[in-house]
Design a protein around this ligand. Structure first.
Ligand SMILES: [Zn+2]
Length: 301
């Protein structure tokens, strides 16, 4: 069975704490693994979470602050040490190419793996696979930052009672799916749209159009909430979100499962993020991220 889940490797902004590693998130999407924002210590967090270098197909970096990218050096060297047999593709803001170069070649090691650099410099699609389209969208932060979104193509769900009513069974079911029509019966008549699933990864940013576009209709949204609402002035100044801002964006976008993360070290009570998100009117599934937590993509509706 195909697995779609988020593995949370780290949840701290800027400074790791006794309980929170720097950022790091692995999305398992069917057979593929996409690593987002590997901060310092990501290699060891992968070990603790049961994620192997072989699990990685793609790396997406939102921006070049250390808590989102210092782990690249270790993760890239590990991919090579383990001789990962497939290509790995890295996306990151093109304006930070010099940082990527330094992290990729931080120390001496033997390169054994094809690591394809696919930097981002505009909104739009980065990759299309049978399982998803990956898009980037510009965010608002003191350094150039892009959020990422996976959209599964819509499919069709066959309706057994309609098939039976038209006497369609056995190999004819496959035939009408392939050909779109069978003996004058159109596919629409015996099936309905099965909406593709959507995932987005949003950090670091102030509220902006990109936040709303990325969050729209997501089954699972991972979004930064560095600050609590009482520190909104700080959030605006430093280019971050508060718990209430993130939750309102998720509410307005119809998000089904919201994951808040990237917390400032100044706060010691994660419950307060949950309380403020609920006070903002978000009613879907809510997770205040902890290191090494696994969050399944919600079941299809
Ligand atoms: Zn950050």
């Amino acid at each position: 069975m195909s697995v779609r889940e988020l593995v949370i490797l780290g949840t701290a902004s800027q400074v790791p704490t006794r309980h929170r590693n720097h950022n790091g998130y692995l999305l398992r999407w069917d057979g593929e693994g996409i690593l987002f924002d590997p901060g310092e210590g990501t290699q060891r967090q992968m070990l603790r979470a049961g994620v192997a270098a072989h699990d990685l197909n793609r790396i997406c970096v939102t921006h070049f602050h250390g808590d989102h990218s210092l782990g690249l050096a270790g993760v890239i060297q590990r991919i090579n040490l383990d001789r990962v047999p497939h290509e790995v593709t890295a996306h990151y803001p093109r304006s930070g190419q010099r940082f990527f170069d330094r992290l990729r070649y931080a120390t001496a090691y033997r390169e054994t793996v094809t690591l394809t650099e696919a930097p981002v410099d505009t909104d739009g699609a980065l990759a299309r696979t049978p399982g998803y389209t990956l898009d980037a969208r510009r965010l608002s932060h003191p350094v150039e930052s892009y959020g990422y979104r996976l959209t599964e193509p819509d499919g069709r769900r066959m309706l057994p009672d309609r098939l039976a009513a038209h006497g369609i069974k056995g190999p004819d079911v496959g035939r009408i799916q392939r050909e779109g029509v069978l003996n004058g019966v159109p596919l629409d008549e015996v099936s309905e749209v099965r909406r593709g699933q959507r995932f987005a990864f949003v950090m670091d940013t102030r509220l902006c159009d990109g936040v709303h576009a990325l969050a729209e209709g997501c089954d699972l949204l991972v979004i930064e909430s560095t600050f609590l609402d009482e520190d909104e002035a700080l959030a605006v100044e430093h280019g971050h979100l508060t718990a209430g801002q993130a939750a309102r964006a998720a509410r307005d976008a119809g998000v089904r499962h919201l994951v808040l993360t990237h917390f400032s070290q100044r706060y010691s009570e994660p419950e307060e993020f949950e309380r403020q998100a609920r006070a903002a009117g978000y009613e879907g599934e809510l997770t205040v991220a902890r290191d090494l937590l696994r969050v399944p993509v919600p079941k299809r509706r």
